[in-house]
Design a protein around this ligand. Structure first.
Ligand SMILES: [Fe+2]
Length: 240
């Protein structure tokens, strides 16, 4: 992970930086995820016309926070966000290419979700009394360069919490991650809390979506004419 202020900034409430070691993800398990991004992501047809740089796949899990029980939801409902949190594609029911539970990536994603859930539980963001049951969305997102990992700008996801896990950076520059304090009033700007770049496989961050905003900057091809993309696994926790 490359960062001016990475993981030792004391005053950065509401977000946490993690590595493959923290999540106990092996190189072989990373390889399973990387293969899924190659084989199973499809063009995101919900994007505005002409924005054909985002490919994705999806899984949904049900989490019992108290019992630490996580299982795949085989036939999940459509994904929906309000227009308030996602002015670009909010307010519509979105369906994405579904990765079946029997796919080998499922176990790796479940392990990652388990690690992040434990962190969030320890931090008090996930609370068995407040939200005993959660739905956990896993978005496999490939952004082709030039492209925007966060076309909605500095935002929150409208969830309890989330996390982002780098799977691959292939021939790209940019994709800098940022975490912000929300503005105290509509006239003020969000305050930057930390800025870093996920560079190594499974470099990750988790965030309290009710506490902070997040953003990832645009990517561009480093060597023109060659395939260039950024693969990131996005996890979201919402009340069931
Ligand atoms: Fe987001």
């Amino acid at each position: 992970m490359r960062s001016a202020d990475a993981r030792h900034v004391p005053d950065s409430p509401g977000s946490w930086l993690l590595t493959a070691t923290d999540l106990a993800v092996t190189p072989a398990e990373h390889g399973v995820l990387a293969a899924a991004f190659h084989a199973d992501t499809r063009l995101d047809t919900c994007m505005p016309p002409g924005d054909d740089y985002r490919h994705r796949a999806y899984q949904c899990f049900a989490l019992s926070v108290a019992e630490r029980d996580l299982r795949i939801v085989p036939d999940p409902p459509p994904y929906w966000q309000s227009t308030e949190v996602n002015p670009l594609v909010g307010g519509i029911e979105r369906r994405f290419a579904l990765i079946p539970g029997e796919h080998p990536a499922t176990a790796v994603v479940a392990k990652i979700i388990g690690g992040v859930a434990e962190l969030l539980r320890t931090a008090g963001v996930l609370d068995a009394r407040r939200t005993p049951r959660c739905l956990v969305d896993a978005h496999y997102i490939r952004i082709l360069a030039p492209g925007e990992p966060a076309p909605e700008g500095i935002h929150r996801d409208g969830l309890l919490a989330g996390s982002a896990h780098l799977i691959a950076r292939e021939n790209i520059t940019g994709g800098v991650s940022e975490i912000y304090d929300p503005p105290v009033d509509p006239a003020s700007q969000p305050k930057l809390l930390r800025r870093f770049t996920l560079t190594e496989p499974l470099d990750s961050y988790a965030f309290d979506d009710e506490r902070v905003l997040h953003y990832a900057g645009p990517i561009a091809a480093q060597a023109p004419g060659r395939t260039a993309y950024r693969d990131v696994l996005l996890i979201g926790f919402r009340p069931a």
